[in-house]
Design a protein around this ligand. Structure first.
Ligand SMILES: Cc1cc2nc3c(=O)[nH]c(=O)nc-3n(C[C@H](O)[C@H](O)[C@H](O)COP(=O)(O)OP(=O)(O)OC[C@H]3O[C@@H](n4cnc5c(N)ncnc54)[C@H](O)[C@@H]3O)c2cc1C
Length: 285
């Protein structure tokens, strides 16, 4: 039976030092473990150590004025239960609740979701729409990247060897919404997810779509067709049409490319209406 050491650092320095031990590929990083533990079997490089991030002081959530910073190892269930999240960033709250089951969300983390970087992720579209930034730390120092530059393809990100995600920053609370479609809502992943957010400071919408290959994407051409916080039916239809044509969908066992295009058009219109009617939306007292 394969044996490995289990390292549980309690400081950032200890964690970064643990990542430098051994040869590349011998160390596995675990946060909630809901994804990575499935890959234990069939590893090409024998596992020498597992570094757990659970004891790091990163399970944080802090509001500073309109902005929010979420520690990468905060369980999604804790994030979902923050008393302000649903009111101030409804789209993020909806996206968090879309991830798996309550039991799964007690373990799963935002950092793990970003690094897994699934095309069907429920969190990446809303993080894109909210102009979120990933705060990265490594032995060489710290850096920050927009989610759009961080996520590249399935299981491929801009994270370098020996680097960790420490937190994710959302610059301003916004009227927002996330809608998704699944075959079996309770235990499947989304065929398509649509995230929208209206930024009062930029006076514009962001639209992001998941269920797309090779990764969730922003749709700037569709965004530009929405002129204000409460777009009319014609504008919404035009943006939906643009979005459904623009996105590089694939056909797989969950849905056909054509069905995904229709879903995006429908969900986009519903999501913008839902965001505009939310109590946190601009202009709604
Ligand atoms: C039954 C089931 C249902 C699911 N349903 C959904 C769903 O509906 N929607 C959805 O989006 N996802 C879903 N997932 C996928 C998964 O649960 C999520 O992506 C989850 O957020 C992963 O977080 P984690 O902390 O468990 O990651 P882990 O499994 O611990 O780690 C995942 C990857 O991220 C790396 N990692 C973790 N944290 C860090 C960090 N801070 N810095 C650097 N690297 C890090 C790990 O090394 C690993 O490569 C589901 C998974 C399962 C098993």
């Amino acid at each position: 039976m394969a044996t490995f050491s289990f390292v549980q650092p309690s400081t950032t320095d200890e964690a970064l030092a643990a990542l430098r031990l051994g040869e590349p590929g011998e160390t596995m990083i675990v946060a909630g473990g809901t994804d990575v533990l499935f890959g234990l079997e069939g590893r090409r490089i024998p596992l020498k150590r597992v570094v757990s991030l659970r004891h790091l002081p990163w399970k944080t959530l802090s509001w500073a004025g309109e902005s929010l910073r979420i520690g990468s190892t905060l369980p999604l269930r804790t994030l979902e239960r923050d008393p302000d999240l649903r009111r101030r960033i409804p789209g993020l709250w909806q996206a968090v609740r879309a991830v798996g089951s309550v039991a799964l969300r007690h373990r799963a983390t935002l950092g793990g979701n970003l690094v897994r970087s699934s095309p069907a992720s429920d969190l990446i579209p809303i993080l894109l729409a909210l102009d979120s930034e990933v705060d990265i730390i490594g032995m060489e120092g710290e850096r920050s990247l927009p989610v759009d530059q961080f996520v590249r393809a399935s299981r491929t990100t801009a994270l370098g060897s020996g680097e960790l995600i420490r937190s994710v920053a959302i610059p301003e609370a916004r009227a927002s919404a996330f809608l998704w479609q699944r075959v079996r809502p309770a235990n499947d992943i989304s065929q398509v997810g649509v995230a929208v957010a209206y930024s009062p400071s930029r006076k514009g919408w962001r639209i992001a779509v998941g269920g797309v290959v090779p990764r969730p994407v922003l749709l700037p051409q569709a965004e530009r067709l929405l002129s204000g916080p409460f777009p009319g039916a014609a504008e919404l239809r035009a943006a939906a049409q643009e979005a459904s044509m623009r996105v590089p969908f694939a056909t797989d066992r969950r849905a056909t490319e054509e069905y995904r295009r229709q879903l995006v058009a429908t969900l986009l219109q519903r999501a913008v209406r839902a965001a505009g009617s939310h109590p946190s939306s601009p202009g709604v007292p």
